[in-house]
Ligand binder design. Structure first.
Ligand SMILES: *Cc1c(COP(=O)(O)O)cnc(C)c1O
Length: 366
């Protein structure tokens, strides 16, 4: 029997020495390495500005707060995502308005958004779920027509493109996570990108207690947060950056292997994007029933294959259910189905050929 974890970051010895060399300097908090990391993201995404923060939930929070999202406001989000997406809206005191997803992409159903727009709607927080680029053109048009702001939760989407542009650059800002489950990792970490200089200044200020980033004296212009990243965390991820392209290619090759080798008897395979590029952050099977998913999950785990649900039907989570009392299976049948019958399987660059053969054999034999 093999023992294949659900996820495993690709940390190499040179990454570790890069971290220790920063620790040895004694300059531990936000400094040169953080700046270098921001530059890497700017170059990769072609955004004008990038700001590193302590995690991908902090980036979502700062992104919405800087856009003026506050109590009484509504923000449209997909019903299926990692719960941090809706939590960020709640953290601003606003209300997430859930929209069901499309089962081909696991992304928001754009045509269902319009009927939910009203005078309190501030904008749309779109998610590129599992690294699948969302349909940005119709979303941009909709936002323009209704005077809404557009934000991107691109936590899973470093290396994802819509048409020929990196995701995170279509709305006013894009948010990325550097959690160990994502493509490259700082342990905990997040990045905000934007083309807007004023927002860039706000992000810098809010991550650092509300300090005016332009002022020579200590002038605090807002009640900000401490959402700074440490320099040794930035060093860890900077050191992985020169392997990023190679890693993304390896992940795409593994996805291709699964797509050709796995048989769609008990589940549907994920689709490729119509236009653009999938980062293959997560490979998500959609079983035909809850029972078959649960049985498969148990069986695979018992033979050493790490796997689990891919994301949550957020309105069905205890906090959201208690607050909004929505009948999620009825209102968001696709998001509900994805939570209950979806299964993410291992996909990371450290998987070996033997692992891949083992995984496909066992899944095909379910
Ligand atoms: C991982 C993830 C987040 C949260 O990122 P953290 O760095 O763990 O806070 C938010 N949204 C989505 C879609 C994610 O996958």
């Amino acid at each position: 029997m093999r023992n294949i974890p659900f996820f495993k970051p690709d940390i190499q010895i040179q990454d570790i020495s890069s971290v220790s060399s920063i620790i040895e300097t004694g300059m531990l908090v936000q400094g040169k390495e953080v700046q270098q990391l921001e530059q890497h993201f700017q170059e990769k995404t072609k955004a004008n500005y990038a700001v590193a923060l302590s995690n991908g939930t902090a980036t979502l929070h700062v992104m919405l707060k800087s856009a003026g999202v506050k109590e009484g406001d509504e923000v449209i989000v997909p019903a299926f995502s990692y719960t941090a997406t809706a939590n960020a809206v709640e953290l601003c005191g606003a209300t997430p308005i859930f929209i069901d997803i499309d089962l081909d992409s696991f992304n928001i159903q754009v045509e269902k958004i319009k009927e939910k727009i009203n005078k309190n709607t501030q904008g749309i927080l779109v998610v590129h779920e599992f690294g699948m680029p969302a349909e940005m053109n119709p979303l941009q048009t909709l936002c323009k027509e209704h005077g809404l702001q557009l934000w991107e939760d691109a936590a899973c989407a470093l290396g994802s493109y819509y048409q020929n542009k990196h995701v995170g650059t279509f709305g006013q800002a894009g948010s990325f996570s550097l959690h160990p489950r994502k493509a490259i990792t700082s342990g905990e970490g997040g990045i905000l990108i934007t083309h807007d200089e004023n927002l860039f200044r706000k992000y810098q200020s809010l991550r650092n207690h509300g300090l005016d980033s332009e002022s020579e004296t200590m002038n605090f212009i807002e009640a900000g947060f401490n959402y700074r990243m440490t320099d040794f965390q930035a060093a860890l991820v900077n050191s992985q950056f020169n392997r990023l392209e190679q890693q993304l290619e390896r992940k795409a090759a593994i996805a291709e292997y699964y797509l050709t080798q796995l048989k769609e008897n008990k589940f549907l395979l994920p689709k490729k994007p119509k236009e653009g590029k999938h980062s293959w952050q997560t490979f998500h099977l959609l079983f035909h029933s809850i029972d078959t998913r649960n049985k498969a999950m148990q069986e695979l785990r018992s033979i050493g294959i790490g796997c689990g649900p891919g994301a949550q039907c957020m309105p069905a989570q205890t906090y959201y259910f208690n607050k909004y009392r929505m009948n999620a299976p009825q209102l968001f049948p696709n998001a509900w189905k994805s939570q209950e019958a979806g299964l993410a399987i291992p996909l990371y660059s450290k998987l070996e050929e033997l692992d891949l053969m083992y995984i496909t054999d066992k899944i095909n034999a379910l």
